[in-house]
Design a protein around this ligand. Structure first.
Ligand code: C5P
Length: 309
């Protein structure tokens, strides 16, 4: 029996519908070390999965086609990373099983929270488990890395150091919320192009990776991070280029945030609080100024529930 037949055989034993939750991330540190010959930037970044998620529903179709529907109509197309992940699996294994994809977005889009990357990784994991596909973690990692720099992180999630383009993952033990329990995210009402943010970096923004290394050591030795351990090489450029982001940062500080950091290439900003009372009060102030503000927290890996019927 070849791989394709094996995959199809297994499908007969599983249900017709699969739901998977797909969690966002923040970057606790993001060191850009420099520009590479391939045009990407060399990174050292510590990412943490957070309790803010999209839901993907996959339904088997009788015909050999893949359809996509999203509650954000601008994402209902074949460029969507969920469609590309499904097509990559079908192609690798020579599968002809059709699928209808429904994607319920709750995570802000193009926001520095890895929503699209997480959707792709969750889809790969769901297909592998649902159809019991003959794909190793290395196969999944290769497909993930070919679709985007952040996607391999989401195959394991939790807390991890991500290096290279972002695709080389070292899992770290997650004790971060022990010191900073509640996470408040504020999404300014603009979109930021990741490619543009990287293009606008100056050599002064580059680091030797020291922030991420120091944070890794702090997590290993003290099991905790302080606000002063957090860093993002992309922050200066984004704050300078986008007045909306600089304004939101100031509003967060005025509302009672002790510090503010950018997640990824933004525009989402985050801060943390030890108590829910304090976090909720600041969230409320920002929401009363019409900011999109999410109160959430870090989560461990394994929080990617997959359900089939
Ligand atoms: O890999 P991904 O498609 O997510 O990256 C989006 C864009 O961000 C890339 O086209 C590139 O311009 C920039 N990028 C980069 N260095 C990285 C990751 C992303 O320059 N390590």
């Amino acid at each position: 029996m070849n791989q394709s037949q094996d995959g199809l055989q297994q499908q007969a034993t599983s249900g017709n519908v699969c739901f998977v939750q797909s969690y966002a991330k923040i970057n606790l540190t993001l060191d850009v070390l420099g520009k590479r010959a391939d045009g990407y930037h060399e990174l050292a970044t510590i990412m943490q999965t957070i309790d803010l998620y999209d839901t993907i529903c996959l339904t088997r179709l009788a015909e050999d086609r893949v359809s996509m529907n999203c509650n954000r109509p601008e994402l209902s197309n074949d460029y969507n990373l969920v469609v590309r992940a499904v097509q990559a699996v079908r192609q690798k294994l020579g599968l002809h099983q059709g699928l209808a994809i429904e994607l319920h977005k709750r995570v802000p889009v193009a926001a520095g929270l890895g929503g699209g990357s997480s959707n792709a990784a969750a889809t790969l994991l769901a297909l592998q488990q649902w159809w019991n596909l003959p794909l190793s973690m290395q196969d999944l990692w290769e497909i993930a890395a070919s679709l985007g720099s952040d996607i391999p992180f989401f195959l394991t999630g939790g807390l991890a150091l991500c290096e290279g383009r972002g695709e080389r993952i070292t899992p770290l033990a997650s004790h971060w919320p022990a010191t900073m329990r509640w996470l408040l995210l504020v999404k300014p009402d603009i979109s930021v192009s990741t490619a543009m943010v990287y293009r606008n970096l100056t050599p002064d923004d580059y680091t030797n990776g020291g922030w991420s290394r120091a944070a890794e050591v702090a997590l290993q030795t003290q099991s905790k991070l302080q606000a002063s351990d957090l860093y993002n090489s992309l922050e200066r450029g984004v704050l300078e280029q986008y007045a909306e982001v600089a304004r939101a940062r100031q509003e967060m500080l005025d509302a009672g945030a002790h510090y503010v950091r950018l997640s990824g290439s933004g525009p989402t900003l985050f801060t943390t609080f030890d108590t829910l009372t304090e976090a909720a009060a600041v969230q409320q102030k920002l929401q009363s100024q019409s900011y999109e503000a999410y109160l959430t927290h870090a989560i461990h890996p394994g929080n990617n529930p997959i359900t089939y019927f």
